[in-house]
Design a protein around this ligand. Sequence first.
Ligand SMILES: [Zn+2]
Length: 166
Amino acid sequence: MSYRYVGPAEISAAVRPGSEGRAIGSPGDLGAWVTERGEAEAREPYTFVVDLDGRLRLAPRRSEHVACAGGRPVLAAGEIAFGRTSGRWSTHEISNQSTGYCPDLGSWHAVARALEDAGVGHGGRFTHEVVFRRCEACQECSVVREDDFVCVFCGSDLPVEWNVDS
Ligand SMILES: [Zn+2]
């Protein structure tokens, strides 16, 4: 499934043509990106999206996901850090942390495919999982902490199933 942008309108309104993150289709693409950004920054998470064509796109850390996606829906969004062992790139940390898209944990499958297409190793799941739900009482998007499905804004119960896009 794809996720549309659900964050503040003023952020998506500020997205300009050509804002898309760098498409990463091979270990060489990733190596070039890391070299340009500097090896030290590679240990901090970058902003990433998986675009509608299933491609991994990277932007500098703290970039807005909606800018990295060129304002379009995504298959996945979050933060990602890489490491290299024996010359092979793999993910060191990866999460679905994106308050712009609030993606479900099932977005992992699109992430895994995009990483495999790019020849980047991964650990089979997000290292940090964020559970997003929209409160049906007050409409705010909440992050569920420690399996406590209660809206932090109004105290109402949150649904068990992902519902942010509904
Ligand atoms: Zn609420």
